[in-house]
Ligand binder design. Structure first.
Ligand code: GLA
Length: 362
């Protein structure tokens, strides 16, 4: 509980908070668009976190202040606030109420250094931090998996993205030093070391994810249709891409990405060679670009530049795609120089790339 966190709350509400909690963003190393197909994912938490502070205010309504978002938003649980960021917090409170929690009027302060809108799960960090803070404030018997499940429902039911559970599980359970191998069907999980001597570099393409919502929900519907035509509960149940042959061409490509991506995650966690792990990341990007069609020219260019660096073992877009950031597995000692070089080359074409992970000091 840093002084800063309490200070932000005191500055807005004039009294110290009664509970503080935080949660990290995440970057996904492999296993993209597999979670809503009951498949495998391999995220790792990032250093940037969202911090939430709360106090029971003795009134019937909630007052929510997010640093950098201007005015304080006021709402009661009877009507969803119109501000988009507030709907995540509102959704979490509503879902807690749905589990029988008597949610009082609250003053809530949010601050975050998780980059927003780039595929690093700023929304999951906000949801998980909100639920953690409510757990602390009201002494709720919610475990970390339940928090992730409620956070996912907040995103689906109150923010309108029909997402899987990767981001919320990562924010609730991952750490920053090892990747989290998660089977999204039964939520079995274990930590996996990165290949020896390597670390993670994330660069933002500077291109907003404009089509993310609609394109994401469309991809999910296509996967469900493919599974239905194949007569399986989900694409997780297909291991051999040859079984996809009866599908119409578009659905076949979508499903092939999912089937091959699940295989790549399982191969990656079994390999100790950085080069082999990196090659799987490169193959993932090609599959996301060609079969799943969620890349953009800017992401392709950034990935190509990353892949050309001698310190980089492999690179791919990360998160839902349609813009946002790319992740690379890099020689630990080469992360900073490779990041600087790639950003300089990419921005020479008039773009606005920037290194997001590791975060700049300060
Ligand atoms: C978003 C969703 C996740 C996952 C990824 C793509 O981050 O929130 O559930 O589907 O896209 O892998």
């Amino acid at each position: 509980m840093s002084g800063d966190r309490g200070d932000g709350f005191v500055g807005v509400f004039g009294a110290p908070p009664q509970a503080l909690a935080d949660a990290p963003g995440r970057v996904n190393l492999l296993g993209e668009h597999t979670d809503y197909n009951d498949g495998f994912v391999l995220p790792i938490a990032i250093a940037q976190r969202t911090r939430v502070a709360m106090r029971v205010n003795g009134r019937p309504d909630c007052a929510l202040h997010a640093q950098g978002q201007g005015a304080t938003v006021r709402f009661t649980l009877d009507a969803a606030p119109s501000e988009h960021f507030a709907s995540y917090v509102y959704g979490c409170l509503m879902l807690a109420r749905g589990r029988g929690v008597d949610v009082p009027g609250l003053d809530i302060h949010v601050e975050s250094d998780v980059p927003m809108g780039v595929g690093l799960s700023s929304s999951a960090a906000l949801e998980v931090a909100t639920l953690r803070c409510l757990r602390e404030l009201l002494r709720l018997p919610f475990d970390d998996v339940l928090i992730a499940q409620l956070a996912q429902r907040a995103e689906i039911e109150y923010a309108g993205v029909n997402c899987g559970i990767m981001d919320q599980m990562a924010s609730s359970l991952a750490d920053t030093t090892r990747a989290l191998l998660l089977d999204t069907r039964g939520l079995e999980r274990r930590f996996v070391e990165l290949p020896p001597g390597t670390g993670v570099l994330v660069i933002d393409s500077g291109v907003a994810r404009t089509l993310a919502g609609s394109g994401y929900n469309e991809r999910r519907a296509q996967c469900e249709e493919a599974a239905r035509l194949l007569g399986v509960p989900s694409l997780r149940d297909v291991e051999d891409a040859a079984r996809l042959a009866p599908l119409p061409a578009l659905l076949q490509r979508r499903a092939r990405h999912v089937v091959t991506e699940n295989a790549r995650v399982l191969q990656a966690v079994a390999c100790t060679s950085p080069a082999a792990f990196g090659a799987l990341m490169n193959a993932s990007h090609a599959s996301l670009r060609d079969d799943y069609e969620v890349s953009t020219p800017e992401l392709d260019q950034l990935v190509a530049l990353l892949q050309q660096q001698p310190e980089v073992h492999g690179a791919r877009l990360t998160g839902a795609g349609f813009g946002g950031a790319c992740v690379a597995l890099c020689e630990q000692s080469g992360i900073a120089p490779a990041g600087r070089r790639v950003v300089a080359q990419y921005n020479a074409g008039g773009r606005h790339g920037r290194v997001l992970v590791p975060p700049l000091p300060g």
